[in-house]
Design a protein around this ligand. Structure first.
Ligand SMILES: Nc1nc2c(ncn2[C@@H]2O[C@H](COP(=O)(O)OP(=O)(O)OP(=O)(O)O)[C@@H](O)[C@H]2O)c(=O)[nH]1
Ligand SMILES: [Mg+2]
Length: 208
């Protein structure tokens, strides 16, 4: 795969932001780092991984798995396989995997996949990331798209389904809206704590 934007030092501990297409991976990295990473309205905006050298760590933005606007099914499958392989290759340096989920769509997609007898892709990826990374943080993004009174239910549903998938661990879930820049102080403090536990410095996050 071409790496036109890669400038990172792969030897530093890595935090990878993974998730389905269009869930807000790049938007979240933008808020956290202040870097103008490419964000788009259509799924498939990030075509190659982008390594951001960010103080003590490297932050990695990767393409989303699943539907990508204007790409064939074969190409989409290829991208997913590629992401899985790259994540496996990085796993020695991978210190945190952040799985971003669109909380406004999670239940609907979960039910759709389950009804077809398939493992919902977010859940499949959660299990995969839990195997290859020592720490997984689940970011339930786009919370601004959900009515406040049902938000709690949706998060419970997510928590239950993730726990079923990887029963050994209680998932860490953080609610965010990258659009409204909400929930980021919680996310940053969880990441910072994990880094400090590993004897690393805290990065200078762009959020205040
Ligand atoms: N309402 C709402 N929209 C958001 C939020 N976060 C991101 N978006 C929008 O969702 C779209 C996709 O955002 P990206 O950050 O490009 O998503 P991505 O996960 O990097 O997508 P790919 O690179 O295509 O996999 C853009 O139109 C964003 O403005 C959010 O918290 N709330
Ligand atoms: Mg992106």
């Amino acid at each position: 795969m071409k790496e036109p934007d890669s400038i990172g030092n792969e030897k530093k501990p890595m935090i990878v932001f993974a998730g389905r297409s269009n869930v807000g991976k790049s938007s979240t990295i933008r808020v956290l780092t202040g870097k103008k990473v490419r964000v788009g309205k259509k799924p498939g905006s990030t075509r190659w991984e982008l390594m951001i050298d960010f103080g003590p760590i490297t932050i990695v933005d990767i393409p989303g798995f699943g539907y990508m606007a204007g790409q064939s099914k074969t190409k989409i499958e290829e991208t997913k396989t590629n992401i899985v392989q790259r994540l496996e290759n990085w796993s020695d340096n991978l210190i945190i995997a952040v799985l971003i989920i669109d909380i406004s769509l999670f239940r609907e997609l979960y039910e759709k996949w389950s009804n077809r007898g398939e493992i919902p892709i977010d859940v499949e990826f959660y299990s995969f990331l839990s195997e290859i990374a020592p720490n997984v943080i689940v970011v339930a993004n786009k919370m601004d798209k959900i009515k406040k009174r049902i938000l709690h239910n949706e998060v419970d549903f997510l928590q239950t389904k993730l726990k079923e998938a990887s029963s050994s661990k209680t998932p860490i879930i953080v609610l965010t809206s990258a659009l409204k820049r909400e929930g980021f102080s919680d996310l940053v403090s969880i990441i910072d704590d994990l880094l400090v536990q590993q004897g690393l410095d805290k990065p200078r996050w762009a959020i205040t």
